[in-house]
Structures are given as structure tokens and as C-alpha cells.
Design a protein around this ligand. Structure first.
Ligand SMILES: C[S@@+](CC[C@H](N)C(=O)[O-])C[C@H]1O[C@@H](n2cnc3c(N)ncnc32)[C@H](O)[C@@H]1O
Length: 331
């Protein structure tokens, strides 16, 4: 889509450029603040998954006083490099890596943040379950970092995909925050499953010790995880369903045939109507399915990447305002 037609279609995209925000996402944080007043009294903030930096811009503009910004500390982190912003300490790294989490925490040695925000989003694949799972991982990694740096009473705001397992995430957040609200700012498209959890009044369970044993960090299950004790060890109930006499899906059972009877394979109840392999199968049957040349294969790869750019809106929230447009830059 051309820039001018996007301007016509998307008011926030246009406004972001007019007001000098690096992405239209800026309005989401602004609107969340209008509702929840999360910036009140904040002098130390962390922006997780910050690139290209519109949330950091909002924090920088709203929290810093041009005359005296010595009390304000804003730490921003992303996988991607980000152009500098006034008063923002920037780091490049993966928030699901333990080393990155430690580095962020090290910036707050002896101090605590008043606010942690995370607008983290994976590169969406279009496969809902995978996208939701990765999003949940980012949120849990962000929560883990938050437990190390947030002061009691502080707030945590994070993007969430309201998928089918979202209540499990809510219950994990509720362990640390008595007030958890799901917010959908007007600038977040209705067609997108994106929302934001606004978690207020940080109050970890009594005796909880922040640790790096979060099993989701670095995608491995820490061997020490089962040794955690007291309030650090939260066990989510697991219920196995089904009668004990029911078949075990991991076992094989012999066919129950009368002596002398053969076995008849039944057709599927409903064959696929339009399977993706239909054309290939038809071509193959007529011996028309040729192996493509290397050149054709390259072309096919290029086509796939072009198609990925136009993934439907309900999957992708393309908020980034053209980073090459100098009119939006702050620096
Ligand atoms: C929607 S963008 C954030 C936009 C940003 N809040 C803004 O206003 O400009 C999502 C960001 O999450 C980052 N991200 C995704 N996974 C990450 C990870 N594991 N660690 C750090 N950043 C990550 C991406 O690089 C991307 O820049």
C-alpha cells in the first residue's frame, strides 16, 4: 500500500508523522496513560521491546523535565538497534535471554523502577497458536524482568494477544499484581487480537525472591525449577480427564475380528474439500508435475516474501511509521 493511501486510511499513522512519533503505537501508550494515569510520579522506567522507539519517545517527552532530568532514568531494550533518543539508555538484546535480563537488572542496581512497559511482539507467522505462544513467552520474560526491577506499588503494562489460553496468563499476573486490567486503546485496531494488560500495585507474594529460574528464559527448563520453595513455587493445577477404563492413546490395541473375518478399512467421514495439495496431486496424476529449476525456486521464495508483507490486518499490526521519513525523527 502506498504511503498516501495509508495516510488516508489510518488516522493514527498520519498523526504519528504529524506529531513526530516513530510509530503509531505511541498513541496506544498515551491512551493507556489517559485512562490509568500510569505516568504519575514516575522517574524510572523500563521499555522492553522498544524499537523503533515510539513508546520510549512518549516516556522521554512525558517524564523528563528539560531543565533537570537528572532524576529520570529510562532504559530501553530491543532485538533491533534503535536510533538514540534524549535521556534514554539503550540496549540491544533478546529479553528472553537470561544474560539480557541480568543486564537490564544491572542498570537498576540498588534502585527500583516505577514503571515497566513491554510492547513486544514476535514476527507473526499467521499461525495463531504459534503467534500466541511466542507472545505469551515474551510477556512472561518481561514479567520475570519486572519482578527484579519494579518497586512495590509500581505498574507493568504489556501487550497481550487475547487467545484461548489467556486466562492462564491473567492468573500468573494476578499472583504479582492485585489490579490487572485488560485495556484496548482506541488506536489499537479492533480487527487485531492485541490488547494490553495494565497491572498495578506490584505486590509480590510474601517471601517471594526474584530469580532467574523462570523456565521460559532461554527456552530451557531449569533443572532447579523444581527445587524452588514457598511462594516462589507456584503450581498450576493439572487435571487429567477421562475414565480410567478409557483407551490409552499411547497404546496399540489388536483388531477385534471374528474368526475368519477380514478387515475392511472405512473411508474418512469427511474428506478434505480443497486441500492445499489438490493441484499438485492432479498434476502428478497426469505426470505434469515437473521439478522446477533453481531460478524458478528463487522466484518462488521471492513471491512468498512478498505475500508475507500483505498478511491480513487481523494478524499484523503494522504500526511502524516509515523510519526513513526524517520528519518523524527526534534526534
Ligand atoms: C510492536 S514493536 C514495538 C514498538 C515500540 N513499542 C514502539 O512504540 O516503537 C515490537 C518489538 O518487539 C521486539 N521484540 C520481539 N521479540 C523480542 C525479544 N525476544 N527481545 C527483545 N525485543 C523483541 C521487536 O524487535 C520489535 O521491535
Amino acid at each position: 500500500m502506498g504511503r498516501s493511501s495509508k495516510d488516508k486510511r489510518d488516522i493514527y499513522y498520519r498523526l504519528a508523522k504529524e506529531e513526530g512519533w516513530r510509530a503509531r503505537s505511541a498513541f496506544k501508550l498515551i491512551q493507556i496513560n489517559e485512562e490509568f494515569d500510569i505516568f504519575k510520579g514516575v522517574t524510572k522506567a523500563v521499555d522492553l521491546c522498544a524499537a523503533p522507539g515510539s513508546w520510549s519517545q512518549v516516556l522521554s517527552r512525558r517524564l523528563r523535565d528539560d531543565d533537570d532530568d537528572s532524576k529520570v532514568k529510562i532504559v530501553a531494550i530491543d532485538l533491533q538497534a534503535m536510533a538514540p533518543l534524549p535521556g534514554v539508555i539503550q540496549m540491544q538484546g533478546d529479553i528472553t535471554k537470561e544474560s539480557t535480563a541480568r543486564e537490564i537488572v544491572s542498570h537498576f542496581e540498588g534502585e527500583h523502577a516505577d514503571l515497566v512497559v513491554c510492547d513486544g511482539a514476535p514476527d507473526v507467522t499467521g499461525l495463531h497458536d504459534i503467534d500466541e505462544y511466542i507472545q505469551a513467552q515474551l510477556l512472561l520474560a518481561a514479567l520475570n524482568i519486572t519482578t527484579h526491577v519494579l518497586k512495590p506499588g509500581g505498574a507493568f503494562v504489556a501487550k497481550i494477544f487475547r487467545g484461548k489460553d489467556v486466562t492462564l496468563l491473567y492468573s500468573q499476573l494476578k499472583i504479582f499484581f492485585p489490579n490487572v486490567t485488560v485495556a484496548k486503546p482506541k488506536s489499537s485496531r479492533n480487527s487485531s487480537i492485541e490488547s494490553f494488560v495494565v497491572c498495578q500495585n506490584y505486590a509480590p507474594p510474601k517471601g517471594y525472591v526474584p530469580n532467574m529460574s523462570n523456565p521460559l528464559l532461554d527456552h530451557h527448563y531449569d533443572a532447579n525449577f523444581n527445587n524452588l520453595e514457598g511462594p516462589n513455587r507456584v503450581i498450576v493445577p493439572f487435571l487429567a480427564c477421562g475414565d480410567l477404563s478409557a483407551y490409552d492413546s499411547d497404546k496399540t490395541y489388536p483388531l477385534q475380528l471374528e474368526p475368519g473375518d477380514g478387515y475392511t478399512t472405512l473411508p474418512p467421514t469427511q474428506a478434505p474439500i480443497n486441500p492445499p495439495y489438490k493441484t499438485a496431486k492432479a498434476l502428478k496424476q497426469k505426470d505434469l508435475l515437473e521439478k522446477c529449476s533453481e531460478q524458478q525456486a528463487d522466484g518462488a521464495v521471492a513471491m512468498v516474501s512478498e505475500e508475507n508483507d500483505s498478511i491480513p490486518e487481523d494478524q499484523v499490526d503494522t504500526d511502524e511509521v516509515n523510519p526513513t521519513d526524517n520528519s518523524q525523527g527526534e534526534n
